[in-house]
Design a protein around this ligand. Structure first.
Ligand code: SF4
Ligand code: FES
Length: 306
């Protein structure tokens, strides 16, 4: 899926579009399709349309979103049968004059909490399981870092694409293996395992390889690649899984040895603060130095009063 479809941004959607939304009420244990008609405008996203429904037609509709710019990963849903970010999907991309209907459902492969909101507990539990952070053997250095670690541009490039993951869950929602086997670690967690295993600053690669070396790990993948087809950030988790599988086999055959980058000198001392221009220091009762050092109660009322 393209990160940004410039053509879609200038397309004009049908003036009125029917939204068919899959609702779920946990108190009543009831699930149903509900229909809303929305007046559109050029540039309207599916998220804009859902918020218009919520604000102007039906306040009870529940959905999750935050950034509205394909960064936070919270607005994933199924739009006309495909997992997509609602804020990144133009209404004009999914509705036409010939078919002015958009079907919206909660993401597949996730437990539905209410309407379009799904539960990410299992998703993040699997993410955490692959230890998605840099591990250094030197515990003292890890807790109180004193050095920087070398990372060459070509080393950075080797995992850059995988570091773009926004944890939106679309790949998991599209995964046919996950649909039939909930033990499968899933494309997101496996791609993140690969991202940290090949990072030369990381020394936790052996622990992660043990975690992914199983039928629930890399060997559970059936190579459907639907994860990569829907990823809004072009992370390509399918490729990460294949690379991880190949790396694991080479490692087991003694043909892969990780090159770890070492420290390249003490961390630079924090730069001295430049003096502020006099006009920046005129707010009564607020010291910027104190604000940085500690929690300072800002006299908001006094400031507002004048
Ligand atoms: S790999 Fe792509 S689709 Fe999967 S969670 Fe990350 S950004 Fe979303
Ligand atoms: S609202 Fe943040 S990704 Fe859509």
């Amino acid at each position: 899926m393209a990160i940004f479809d410039a053509r879609a941004a200038v397309m004009i959607p049908p003036r009125k579009v029917k939204f068919l939304i899959r609702r779920y009420n946990p108190e009543e244990g009831r699930s149903w399709w509900q229909e809303y008609e929305v007046e559109t405008y050029r540039g309207m996203t599916v998220l804009d349309a859902l918020l218009k429904i919520k604000e102007e037609i039906d306040h009870t509709l529940v959905l999750r979103y935050s950034c509205r710019m394909a960064v936070c990963g919270s607005c994933g849903m199924i739009i006309n049968g495909t997992p997509r970010l609602a804020c990144q999907t133009q209404v004009a991309e999914v509705a036409s004059e010939a078919r002015p209907v958009v079907k919206v459902e909660p993401m597949y492969n996730f437990k539905v909490i209410r309407d379009l909101v799904v539960d990410f507990t299992e998703f993040f539990e699997k993410h955490r399981r692959v230890k998605p952070y840099l591990i250094r053997r030197d515990v003292e250095e890890r807790e109180n870092p004193k050095y920087e670690y070398r990372l060459l541009p070509e080393e950075y490039e080797s995992f850059y694409q995988y570091s773009l993951c926004i944890a939106c869950g679309l790949c998991v929602s599209a995964c046919p293996v996950f649909a039939s086997d909930r033990r499968f670690l899933g494309p997101q967690a496996l791609a993140q395992a690969y991202r940290f295993i090949i990072d030369p600053r990381d020394e936790g690669w052996a622990e992660r390889l043990e975690i992914v070396d199983s039928e629930d790990g890399v060997f559970g993948c059936h190579l459907a690649a639907s994860c990569s087809a829907v990823c809004p950030k072009e992370v390509d988790p399918g490729a990460a899984i294949q690379r991880l599988r190949s790396l694991l086999l080479r490692y087991r055959l003694g043909l892969w040895k990780k090159k770890i980058s070492g420290p390249v000198g003490p961390l630079e001392k924090k730069a001295e603060r430049k003096p502020l221009p006099p006009e920046a220091e005129t707010l009564p009762g607020v010291s910027l130095e104190e604000l940085e050092e500690s929690e300072v109660e800002i006299p908001v009322d006094e400031l507002i009063a004048g």
